[in-house]
Write a protein that binds this ligand. Sequence first.
Ligand code: NAI
Length: 211
Amino acid sequence: EKDSAKISMAVIRRLPKYHRYLKDLLDRNITRISSKELSKVIGFTASQIRQDLNNFGGFGQQGYGYNVDALYDEIGKILGLDKTYSTIVIGAGNLGQAIANYTNFEKSGFVPKAMFDMNPKLVGLKIRDIEIHDIDTVEKFIQEHNIDIGIICTPGPQAQSVADRLIKGRIKGIWNFAPIDLTVPDEIVVENVHLSESLFTLSFLLRHNQL
Ligand code: NAI
């Protein structure tokens, strides 16, 4: 864990992809793999892979390759996937409900404890077994249930005030789907998912494909 603090953000951004491919290899009963073979499936160069995985030490051996199981576990640990997290969703509209309905996050240890909305018509309803609470109770809920992660699914103009409430409740991290950049204190980590940025990148690629 001490060492993982030194790993660059560029490497961290690639780890989920390694994790996903290693899981796939394990599912296919492949227990070891060379950087060259891994390069073929994952698309990074073999030297990039060796460089990335050197950060964790001891898994690659000349002439043997990587032990898939050990590497999968180690990357999982570095990503913190050996722990469980309590989450809440704020904004129980289309996107919030879709996220609450998605059971795969739970399988990875991200356990949804509640949803919050300002619309009284939604308060009291349940998505699966996840109840929608009044937003005015969110600070208290975070503290009482020791919530780690707030998932913001409100419209953009409301997202900053929602973030402020989460911070007041002492949330640790925010997964932000609203199309704005949040202002938060240093100790709060934010990861943005700006779907339209990805869509506009696709638009660019389409356009340049046709030129
Ligand atoms: P929606 O209008 O269906 O849901 C938003 C919900 O937030 C509503 O239920 C509303 O009552 C609630 N809300 C508003 N202000 C609030 C506050 N201060 N506290 C608590 N709840 C509050 O909108 P939708 O489609 O779910 O989108 C939500 C956010 O996700 C938006 O920022 C949108 O730009 C973003 N987004 C949505 C996508 C989608 O596929 N629906 C895709 C990409 C981004």
